[in-house]
Design a protein around this ligand. Structure first.
Ligand SMILES: [Zn+2]
Length: 109
């Protein structure tokens, strides 16, 4: 006999039992807000309105634990420098001659 059973045996569910049930009911919302998922609002709406159906509760929980939108890592490529006239190879700063064909850089004249 668990906490709920003991509380029920003590006469009704009791305040603690109600709190536990509410906490269990809103686990999807709690998970969503603690994970700071972007659709936490949707999770709460589904949890609140449809959570009493087991399906709605499961859907809300699934949304809550859904992996977040992957962060787009923007790799800043260096600004291409004036390169070789012949091969178009980009040259490093200070590099005066092409490493491919040995021609002087285009901006050097
Ligand atoms: Zn070249």
């Amino acid at each position: 006999m668990g906490v709920l059973g003991a509380a029920a045996a003590a006469g009704g569910i009791g305040l603690i039992g109600v709190i536990i049930i509410i906490a269990l009911y809103f686990i999807p919302t709690i998970v969503a807000t603690s994970r700071k998922v972007t659709n936490a609002g949707s999770v709460f709406v589904i949890n609140f309105l449809l959570g009493w159906t087991l399906v709605g509760w499961a859907v809300a929980l699934a949304m809550a634990v859904k992996s977040k939108t992957p962060q787009v890592v923007v790799v800043q490529s260096p600004i291409p420098l004036p390169g070789c006239v012949k091969s178009g190879t980009g040259l490093l700063p200070g590099q005066q001659f092409c490493s491919n064909c040995g021609a002087p850089r285009s901006s050097a004249n």
